[in-house]
Design a binder for this molecule. Structure first.
Ligand code: SF4
Ligand code: SF4
Length: 470
């Protein structure tokens, strides 16, 4: 019997049910915070791929919408200034990744004078795929769920991949975060119209707007708006973490398994976060590059939870002040959600394209604790949505047995944190997997570079040999 014949919320195997704490955030409508007072910081690396090269220098006057960071290659997108003003400096600055990244620092002149040519709407129905993808790249669009994958690359998987499903990820399964939920209910038409643009790129594809069943308002609204749309289906997903993971979404909606080491396109799917779809809408139909994003500020240590629409580059410290400032005992700052986000050393970081939330936790909200030995209870195995064996991977990583780590599919770990959340021994599982994956990726990259250098040296030697024989 086909399980998809029933209109029950769909889901995947594994996962966990952490308290979602959304009651603190979902009820707050999006507030505009569009006149930042502090200097704005624009890191040149807000995407996976080569960092941009700054196109401005200290003392330059810039306009809103001006390219201040030039992409370096196909796997790269430009950075645009979200304000007009003066470049105060170009230097490395701390970002939410924990690294210092070359950044352009701009003093806002509060005039918001725009670069020429903004607001040019495109008649996308009469454009080729290449033309649409070029606009998306030039608009600086990356995955806004946090991964920072350039959108035009994801939307161009190559002719050998037959894409039959485009999924809008509106699950937002991380506790506290409500940015996507507010977007879905406050700008629903932009989500639908953005999806139609993407569907034009894939004529064989069906569109799915996937929302967890703890967001009934968003589900009803989307169903209403898509009534009569033959190519678009709104899908209710069971509320479970990490339902918003790409592999889990695909499995829940279509019953397909992305192979180990594979991508969604390998099983005919493209997945984009709801805010990324709206960014595509704005680029094509409003002629605006990516210069703003929606950010949830929440947690017990901040005076009030807020969901702000802000200019990219805005100081996180300023946003926290706008939310009433820190009033509780601050134990931990997280950029992103509590499960997959990054712990921060302070508030002096900018909002970037991938900043979905800033959480300020009190000691009681901080569930990480002192590790004790593994008691082999197996809870981590039951929770893992990728069907890995976290306790084994943890042992391999701690013993630096990288061959074993790879053999047991450690590189497939999506770093969702479900295993660490359920572990009664408070093992720092996800941390060790993140570190292990980085070591293995760095080794692979170094091996590839060495092989390429050796091949180039051999080719040069081959070329030199006949010349020497002349
Ligand atoms: S949940 Fe923790 S204690 Fe239980 S088997 Fe996994 S690592 Fe060991
Ligand atoms: S962090 Fe990795 S190992 Fe742990 S549950 Fe998530 S996917 Fe599985």
């Amino acid at each position: 019997m086909n399980r998809y014949l029933f209109n029950r919320p769909r889901t995947f195997r594994g996962g966990i049910h952490p308290p979602d704490f959304k009651e603190q955030t979902e009820g707050n409508s999006i507030q505009m915070y569009m006149d930042p007072q502090m200097d704005l910081v624009f890191p040149m690396s807000q995407h996976i791929g080569a960092p941009c090269k700054p196109t401005v220098k200290k003392g330059d006057q810039v306009l809103r919408g001006q390219v201040i960071g030039e992409p370096q290659g196909y796997m790269s997108v430009p950075v645009h200034s979200s304000v007009s003003g003066i470049v105060k400096d170009v230097k490395p600055m701390l970002t939410s990744t924990g690294n210092k990244v070359m950044s352009v620092i701009i003093q806002n002149d509060h005039q918001y004078n725009e670069v020429e040519g903004m607001h040019k709407a495109y008649d996308y129905k009469h454009m080729t795929n290449e033309e649409i993808l070029k606009v998306i790249q030039n608009s600086g669009i990356v995955g806004m769920g946090g991964a920072g994958f350039p959108a035009h690359v994801k939307l161009n998987p190559g002719p050998e991949k037959k894409i039959d499903a485009v999924i809008v990820n509106g699950a937002e399964c991380e506790p506290f975060l409500a940015s996507d939920f507010r977007l879905l209910i406050e700008e629903p038409k932009k989500v639908v119209d953005g999806l139609k643009i993407v569907l034009q790129l894939f004529p064989e594809a069906r569109g799915y707007i996937a929302i967890e069943d703890n967001k009934p308002t968003a589900l009803s609204l989307m169903r209403l708006l898509t009534t009569g749309e033959d190519r678009i289906e709104v899908v209710a997903l069971r509320t479970k973490y990490p339902q918003g993971g790409e592999k889990q979404l695909i499995n829940a909606i279509l019953g397909r398994e992305v192979p180990s080491g594979g991508l969604p396109a390998d099983v005919g799917c493209i997945v984009h976060n709801a805010d990324t779809i709206v960014a595509i809408y704005r680029a094509i139909l409003e002629g605006r590059p990516l210069m703003r994003r929606i950010v949830t500020i929440a947690g017990g240590a901040v005076a009030h939870s807020h969901t702000f629409k802000v200019r990219i580059g805005t100081s996180v410290r300023e946003l926290v002040e706008a939310a009433g400032g820190i009033t509780g005992e601050l134990s931990k700052i997280i950029a992103g959600g509590p499960m997959m986000g990054f712990a921060q050393v302070g508030l002096d970081i900018p909002v970037t394209k991938g900043t979905s939330g800033i959480l300020l936790f009190t000691p009681e909200q901080d569930f990480s604790g002192q590790e004790s030995p593994c008691i082999r209870c197996g809870r981590c195995v039951a929770a893992c949505p990728i069907h890995l064996m976290p306790m084994m991977l943890n042992r391999f990583a701690l013993n630096r047995e990288w061959e074993q780590f790879e053999k047991f599919h450690g590189m497939d770990c999506i770093e969702c944190g479900s295993c660490a959340f359920v572990c009664p021994a408070k093992r720092h599982l996800t941390q060790t997997f993140k570190a292990g994956k980085k070591i293995i990726s760095d080794e692979r990259r170094a091996k590839r570079a060495a092989a390429q250098a050796a091949a180039a040296a051999a080719a040069a030697k081959d070329q030199a040999a006949p010349a020497a024989g002349k």
